[in-house]
Write a protein that binds this ligand. Structure first.
Ligand SMILES: [Zn+2]
Length: 299
C-alpha cells in the first residue's frame, strides 16, 4: 500500500508529540556530581551547643494536587495529592518552626487546594512563640505563612532566612506587604550551621538556590532530615527517579544537582527519618509510627 501524503503528516505529528512527551515527561536525569551528607559531622554539630530538642510536631495547613507525571518522571497523568505542612521542633523551654506553608490567598492559586484555616492560625500563634522560624527553601508554599502573617511585627525577629533564599529568583517579594521585607535580616553560613542545639543546616542548592537540608537530632537519639522539595514524593527517593524535565524547566532547577541529592538521601541508613515536604502517604506513615505528633501543642 502506498502511504499518502496526509498519512505522512499524521505519522510525523504523532512521532513529534511522542518524542516531546518522552523528552518532557518521561525521563529522569542522572547526577553529574556527588552530594555528601556526613551524618557524623551533622551529629557533632547538633550536640555541640546545648540540650537537644525533645519532640517534633506537625500541622497540615492544606492540600493540593499535581498530575503524577509532573512529580515522578515517566508516571501517568492521575492527580497526585500533596500536603502543605509546617513542622515544629520542641524543647522544654522553646521551639523552632520549619516551613510555614501558605496563607489562604496564595493557596487559592494552587491546583485543587483546600486550606485548614484553624491549623494555619495555630501555626501563626506558634510562630509568635518560637525562638526561630526557618525554611527548607524560598518557594511561596514554604515562606508564604510568614508573608501572609496577620501580625508580621510579632514574628519578624524570629524569622531566620538565608541570603540565598531571600535573593532567590523565585522568592516572591511581591507577596510580602509593603514595609515587611525590610524587617527581615538575612543570614549567611558556610558548611554546617547549628541554628539551635540539635538543629543543623546544610546548603543543598538545586531545587532552588536557597534550598537547605535541616537535620534534627532529638534527646532520645532519633534523627530526622527535612529535605523540603528535593523530592516531592517519597517515591522520588525509593525509586531514585526525579521530576521530569518539564517540571524542572518550569522551576528552573539544577536537575543534575537535585539528582545527586536524591541519590545521597537514598543511601542514608533507615534510622535517619527523611521528611519530604508534600507527601501525604509518608506523613500518615510517620504519624502512625509515632515519629512526631499531629498538631502544635500548648499554644
Ligand atoms: Zn513546596
Amino acid at each position: 500500500m502506498r502511504i499518502k501524503r496526509w498519512m505522512w503528516i499524521v505519522i510525523t505529528i504523532v512521532a513529534v508529540l511522542w518524542v516531546t512527551k518522552v523528552w518532557l515527561l518521561g525521563t529522569a536525569v542522572s547526577p553529574n556530581s556527588e552530594y555528601v551528607i556526613d551524618l557524623n559531622a551533622l551529629h557533632r554539630a547538633a550536640i555541640a551547643t546545648g540540650p537537644l530538642p525533645e519532640s517534633i510536631e506537625v500541622e497540615k495547613i492544606g492540600d493540593f494536587a499535581f498530575p503524577q507525571t509532573l512529580v515522578v518522571a515517566g508516571d501517568d497523568f492521575h492527580m497526585h495529592r500533596m500536603v502543605l505542612l509546617s513542622h515544629r521542633v520542641v524543647w522544654p523551654d522553646h521551639s523552632l518552626i520549619i516551613d510555614t506553608a501558605m496563607g489562604p490567598a496564595a493557596a487559592k492559586k494552587m491546583p485543587g487546594s483546600k486550606m485548614d484555616v484553624a491549623a494555619y492560625e495555630r501555626m501563626q500563634a506558634a510562630m509568635k512563640k518560637a525562638s526561630a522560624v526557618i525554611f527548607t527553601h524560598e518557594h511561596s508554599d514554604h515562606v508564604d505563612g510568614v508573608a501572609s502573617a496577620p501580625d508580621f511585627g510579632a514574628i519578624a525577629k524570629q524569622v531566620r532566612i538565608t541570603r540565598e533564599q531571600m535573593s532567590g529568583p523565585k522568592f516572591e517579594r511581591g507577596d510580602f506587604p509593603p514595609g515587611t521585607l525590610n524587617q527581615l535580616e538575612p543570614f549567611d553560613y558556610q558548611g554546617l550551621y547549628a541554628i539551635q542545639p540539635g538543629v543543623v543546616l546544610q546548603k543543598a542548592p538545586g531545587h532552588t538556590p536557597g534550598t537547605q537540608l535541616v537535620y534534627v537530632e532529638l534527646a532520645n537519639g532519633k534523627r530526622f532530615l527535612f529535605v523540603g522539595d528535593i523530592a516531592w514524593s517519597f517515591d522520588n527517593i525509593t525509586r531514585q527517579t526525579g521530576r521530569p524535565r518539564l517540571a524542572t524547566l518550569l522551576m528552573k532547577e539544577d536537575r543534575p544537582a537535585v539528582a545527586a541529592q536524591v541519590k545521597a538521601i537514598g543511601q542514608l541508613p533507615p534510622d535517619v527519618h527523611v521528611i519530604v515536604a508534600h507527601d501525604p502517604i509518608a506523613l500518615e506513615k510517620d504519624l502512625q509510627a509515632g515519629l512526631y505528633r499531629k498538631g502544635f501543642s500548648g499554644l
